[in-house]
Design a protein around this ligand. Structure first.
Ligand code: MTE
Ligand code: MO
Length: 491
């Protein structure tokens, strides 16, 4: 090192320290993940929730409509970057403080990282593991073997930090992936009643290549947060509060001691595009909400607010409670974490958003109030729009084409689906699947025809009240998409 080159060397030092700090940040995140997995105690979870909260409603509506699930993923990626930077800066500050005080840097940097992690998550194990991750990387960077030439130290410390971060990241990733989903799995066969209903759905499903049957094998998922809450069945409690004579409390055992029902219920998200895939059906097991009020008077107010463990809340008319259902099983299995373990609400005929998952409270209101999505401009608490989707196009032998999909109109039911193969000029009735038991269930439709050349297929449904699906085209925001699904089909 000569006297006329100090700035070059100090730049390299700054870059190296920055890179080491960044690696410490990565290791802090990985450390937290290692012990708590993808749960609300993970240090990225509260940052992600903050990102969602501070994103303007208009941006969220745009993201839902144009980016879909990618928007959620980008939001989470941003949270991941922000969290990593937070720990990187904290580790760098800790290292500086330690150097100034001439004490070992790793424990100081590590301990300093525990503080923001604890403030974010409130979870000591997660915070300690974040600190340990950062500390390991700083320790690796600072490790000196006596044989090394001083000139190579910068590069070597960076390499060691990298090895440390990769090690913590690898171990953290592997450990964390196995954590969080402690939803109990079913042991043994599903009950006879459930099995015969699932068999019935199987038998009634039309055989259409590439189309889901009448019970979805992959049920869509929509959440306000990227990281779902973890609610244990043993601790779960539902309270009924607000304008009631006396507050009511229910445990899962309380629900299970009531008389159990199985219901096919279809859900559809108000935010999905016209021919989107956020519409699915399952067989749910649980109890009617009206059973909660047996022995006490059903409240007589305008509306209710449902609240959940993820701080989600939705308001809707009290009248909708009468047909409401509390589900603790889905297709014969305990409700999965992603769909609201241990108990979710199902409100027939209404958009998905009021089917509150991880339900914790039913508050009876004397006055209307806005729910989470209504505060953000959506109108998603009412009945669903009628829709016929076009999700399967199969080219059969002899130039024949088979088209098919699902149709849904909430509790109005689907009476008819028509298909046009000439862009809306003429219409033919599609074949419909036999209805499943239940008042809020979709149906499948299918149509096979001789095709000649490129043509436009259009499909439209009529609900059980004789109303034709609205032709007027509208985007999902704010009332749910409308229009007729149409697709150009090449020979
Ligand atoms: N607690 C809670 N419940 C919720 C949501 C949520 O984010 N949190 N999302 C709602 C929305 S917008 C829809 S469309 C449905 C989706 O249910 P699913 O994820 O089981 O398909 O859940 C609703 N219930
Ligand atoms: Mo939704």
């Amino acid at each position: 090192m000569t006297a006329d080159q100090p700035s070059a060397y100090s730049l390299v030092d700054v870059a190296t320290d920055g890179a080491i700090a960044l690696l410490a940040g990565v290791a802090a995140v990985a450390g937290s993940y290692a012990v708590v997995g993808f749960t609300p105690s993970f240090v990225v979870a509260p940052v992600s929730a903050f990102v969602v909260e501070t994103t303007p409603s208009a941006v969220i509506a745009w993201s839902i409509q144009t980016l879909g699930d990618l928007g959620d993923q980008l939001g989470f990626l941003l949270a991941l970057v922000l969290t990593t930077l937070l720990f990187a800066v904290t580790a760098a500050v800790g290292t500086r403080i330690a150097d100034a005080a001439d004490v070992p840097a790793a424990p100081v940097a590590g301990l300093l990282c525990v503080a923001p992690a604890l403030a974010l998550t409130g979870a000591p194990v997660s915070a300690l593991a974040a600190g340990a991750g950062a500390g390991i990387v700083v320790a690796a960077a600072r490790f000196r073997s006596s044989t090394e030439e001083p000139v190579s130290e910068t590069r070597r410390s960076l390499l060691r930090a990298l090895v440390g971060a990769v090690a913590v990241g690898g171990v953290g990733g592997a450990l964390g992936a196995g954590r969080g989903d402690d939803t109990p799995k079913r042991t043994g066969p599903v009950s006879g009643d459930v099995q015969s209903l699932l068999d019935e759905a199987d038998a009634k499903s039309l055989a259409i290549g590439g189309l889901e049957g009448l019970v979805s094998s992959e049920f869509y998922q929509v959440d306000i947060n990227s990281v779902d809450p973890v609610v244990s069945a043993d601790d779960w409690e539902l309270t009924v509060t607000g304008a009631v004579e006396e507050e009511l409390h229910f445990t899962l055992d309380d629900l299970k001691s009531m008389s159990e029902e199985h219901r096919f219920i279809t859900l559809r998200c108000v935010g999905e595009s016209l021919n989107g895939k956020k519409m699915d059906n399952a067989l749910w097991t649980g109890v009617p909400i009206s059973a909660l009020f047996e022995g006490t008077a059903m409240p007589d107010e305008c509306c209710v607010m449902f609240r959940a463990a993820d701080d989600y809340y939705e308001e809707f008319p009290l009248a909708a409670l009468e047909d409401g259902f509390l589900a603790y099983e889905m297709n014969g299995n305990p409700l999965p974490r992603s769909h609201g373990h241990p108990v979710r609400a199902l409100i027939p005929g209404h958009w998905g958003e009021i089917n509150v998952k991880w339900l914790s409270e039913i508050e009876v209101l004397e006055q209307e109030a806005d729910g989470y999505w209504e505060k953000r401009g959506w109108h998603g608490t009412g009945p669903v729009n009628t829709v016929a989707k076009l999700h399967a196009v199969n080219h059969l032998d002899g130039g024949r084409v088979q088209v098919g999909g699902h149709a849904y109109a909430g509790t109005r039911g689907i009476e008819r689906v028509e298909v046009s193969t000439d862009g809306g000029g003429s219409w033919t009735d599609a074949k419909l699947s036999e209805p499943l038991p239940g008042t809020d269930v979709w149906r499948q439709w299918e149509h096979t025809y001789e095709a000649s050349g490129a043509h436009d297929v259009v499909v439209r449904a009529t609900d059980g009240r004789g109303n034709l699906q609205s032709k007027a085209e509208a985007n999902a925001y704010p009332n749910g998409a409308t229009g007729w699904v149409s697709e150009r089909i090449e020979p």
